[in-house]
Design a protein. Sequence first.
Length: 163
Amino acid sequence: NLPVVVIAGRPNVGKSTLFNRLIGRRQAIVSDMPGVTRDRKEGEALMRGRRVRVIDTAGLEEAAPDTLFGRMRSSSETAVEIADLVLFCVDARAGITPADAHFANWLRRQGRPVLLLANKAEGKAGTDAALEAFSLGLGTPLALSAEHGEGIGDLMGEIVDRL
Ligand code: GDP
Ligand code: MG
């Protein structure tokens, strides 16, 4: 059984972009219905020579605002339960939102190992903004840019060290 890494966080922080970055081109996003974005949710990644099962907690994007927390929770619950490591993503450019804080509190109570990621942290401004994520109480945020491919090697090393 491969170790399981789950990518979690509120919508739009870059979870699916990170997922695709970790999984690589071979298993890139496939759209199986016209007009409907169906992100692949699971894939296998090779990190420092180690095979890892990666799960993207997608599908939150359609949640109504008033049920966002509930939907985030139910969508992530099952995945987090089987996670050997949770990658909790925030958007360094947007800063920490109430949804991030709420989700972080819930995640802390799940008792799974968490690695805090400050995504969209390309460039110097991004790195500075990433420091705000310290306030979540989930340890030192790892700054990266899934879209620009910055910090991905370091992230993979950190993941493998924790598995
Ligand atoms: P998800 O809802 O958490 O799965 O987020 P997505 O992966 O769909 O990304 C949401 C938006 O953020 C998209 O427009 C991405 O192109 C953008 N995005 C993702 N990663 C980065 C990044 O590292 N930097 C910047 N500037 N934008 C990013
Ligand atoms: Mg997504």
